[in-house]
Every structure is written in C-alpha cells, then in structure tokens.
Design a protein around this ligand. Structure first.
Ligand code: TXA
Ligand code: MG
Length: 328
C-alpha cells in the first residue's frame, strides 16, 4: 500500500464539508465520537470498506458497526423488536450499539457485516459525528481508529500515531468524553450484553425492566449468543505487560493508579498516572486508553494497575483492563 498524505483538520465547518467529500469519494476519515475516535468509511461502498480493513490491519471476519444520524435511518438497516425500540428511544443518540436482524434491502455492504444476517447499528451523540452523518446521508462504518490489537484512540494524536500514511483525513474534535467504546446489546431474542461500554448495564436493565442475558464464548446455539467477534482476549493490548490488582509497585514498573490512596512502593514507579484521583469512574473511563498509551511508552518492565471498582462504568473499565493484561 502506498503511503497517503494524512491530513489533520480542526473540526470546523470546512473540515466537516471536506470529511463528507472524502467519504463520498470512498476515502477513510477518522472522526470523533463521544466514546472513542472512529475510522469512517461509506458503509454502502464495499471497496471503501475493504480499504478500511486494510488500513487497520484487522481480520476481515470481524463485522463493523453501521453509524447513522437518527432512529429513522437505523430502521432502514435493521429490524427492531419492541425491546430494541425501547433501548433506541432511551439511549440514542449515545454510546449504545444494538445488534439486530438485518432489514430486507439493507444498503450496507456484505463485507461490513462479515456475511452475518445480523447488523450492529449505532446513533452517536457527538456533534461532529452527527454533522457528518447528517450531511453525508448514508450509513458509515466506523471501527475504533487504532491499528488492530492496539488500544482505542481518544485523541486525534492517538489516531495519527497509529494510522498516519494509511488514511486520508483526521478530524480533530479534541479528546473524547466517554473514553470507552459503546455498550453492545444484541436484540435477536432475549436481550444480551455482548460488550460492556459507555452505557452501564444497570441503566439498560432499568430501561428494559429485566436483567440482560450474558454472552458466552461457547459456539452460538438457540440458547446462547456468542461474544461480539471483535472481543478477542488480547484486543486492547499495550506492548508492555499489564499486571492487574496490584497491591504494591515493583522497581522498574509503571503505575496506573485509581483513587486517592497511595500504593506501597509508588515512589519506585518508573512513571505513574492516576485514572481518577478522586475515584470517579466516569473520569477514569475517559482517561483509560490515553493513560495506557502513555505508560506503554514509558519503557517500563510492566504496567501495575490498581484495583478499580466494578459498578457502573467500572464493568467496561475492568473488561478493557483484563483484555490489556491477557497473555499474547
Ligand atoms: O464506541 C464504539 O462503538 C466505537 C465508535 C467509533 O463508534 N466503535 C467501535 O467499533 O468500537 P469496533 O469495530 O472497534 O467494535 C465493534 C464491535 C466488534 O467487537 C464487533 O465484533 C462487534 O462490534 N460486532 C459488529 N457487528 C456485530 C454483529 N452482527 N454481531 C455481534 N457483534 C458484532
Ligand atoms: Mg475496536
């Protein structure tokens, strides 16, 4: 693949117009959403989708999320049962993705859904993403704008680091607010959590007035829904080994702290960052990937991570930390 001259533009009106032109021409545009930066391509253009897989270095059996501006556009891609409709009305626009039966006449390229008869759909809340989707008027696939296997980008600089020369354009809208990816819920039968993310499980269960089913890593059958195929154990992997639930810091380690309490040996840390010194899980989620990237660059022997509570957004944070620590 020949290197592209990746341009970075501040998210003003001209940049948004340029993003729409680029998408219409089959180009690859990184753009901010409220969760993480996405690498957008025209979802109806199989060639653009193929270029996107190539740019990310992503296994092409991994299906992508179709992003649209509103519920009406989502209903042209997928069939909503009553519970899916309720979740869409409650959480869209916002950090929730629904996996639904693909609608007849769905315009999304077969390659983007990896040949499945279901499709993942999301309506993002971010003003820049909304502007681009409304003006483009077609669905856009947008995986996180990192190279495959790396942590998701929460700033334009992260995107540039991973994808410079491989994509056409980056729209810089500042750091993303939520910081972890969208929650994925399958509504194919009993609603099932496929990926913890920006909307806490408890909020979804309150809206449905019942508990979400659990995804399994067993093969799909009538009774169980498999994990989102992209949830590979090592999916969110820094290069440096990650040590979870650290009770102290060893010499040569970097420290990813959480909360106000200092960890024994913290003064020995090669470098340390705190996800949230006041113990706020929303702040911690927003900082997670940027801090992992920064500590990964510190040349430490390992990244020691303090325990993070599991409530609310803590479920998604702990899920990403476990993946970051998975053997590879
Ligand atoms: O917050 C987000 O969702 C970000 C922003 C950019 O929107 N996007 C994102 O996309 O995280 P990606 O491609 O990195 O993750 C999409 C996940 C993958 O794990 C994929 O396997 C799963 O969605 N997925 C997509 N279609 C699916 C389907 N039909 N059934 C089950 N899982 C699906
Ligand atoms: Mg991703």
């Amino acid at each position: 693949m020949t290197a592209l001259a990746t341009r970075v533009l501040n998210a003003d009106g001209d940049a948004i117009a340029e993003a729409v032109r680029c998408l219409a021409a089959g180009g690859l545009v990184a753009l901010p959403t409220e969760t993480v930066y996405g690498l957008a391509a025209d979802a109806t253009d199989g060639r653009a989708v193929a270029r996107l897989y190539e740019a990310k270095g992503r296994p092409s059996f991994n299906p992508l999320i179709a992003h649209v501006a509103d519920i009406a556009a989502a209903r042209r891609l997928a069939s909503f049962n009553a519970e899916a409709g309720r979740l869409a009305e409650t959480f869209w626009p916002g950090p929730l993705t629904l996996v639904l039966p693909k609608a007849g006449g769905c315009a999304v390229a077969e390659l983007a859904t990896a040949g499945l008869d279901s499709i993942a759909v999301r309506v993002p809340h971010h003003a820049v993403a909304q502007d681009i989707l409304q003006r483009f008027g077609k669905p856009v696939v947008a995986p996180s704008a990192n190279s495959s296997g790396h942590v998701s980008p929460t700033t334009a600089a992260h995107v540039l680091h991973d994808l410079r020369g491989r994509i056409d354009l980056i729209i810089d809208g500042g750091p993303t607010a939520v910081g972890v990816e969208s929650t994925i819920v399958a509504c194919l039968g009993e609603p099932t959590l496929l990926r913890a993310g920006g909307v806490p499980r408890e909020a979804i269960e309150r809206a449905l007035n019942r508990p979400l089913g659990r995804a399994t890593d067993k093969p799909a059958s009538a009774e169980n829904v498999p994990l989102a195929p992209g949830m590979l154990a090592s999916h969110y992997a820094p290069r440096t080994p990650v040590r979870l639930d650290a009770a102290s810091v060893e010499a040569g380690e970097a420290l990813l702290a959480f909360g106000p309490r200092p960890l024994p040996g913290a003064q020995r840390a090669a470098q340390q960052l705190n996800l949230s010194a006041r113990g706020d899980l929303i702040e911690a989620a927003a900082n997670l990937f940027a801090h992992l990237r920064a500590l990964d660059a510190a040349g430490a022997s390992a990244i020691a991570v303090m325990p993070v509570p599991h409530a609310g957004l803590g479920e998604a944070i702990n899920d990403r930390l476990q993946r970051a620590a998975a053997p590879r």
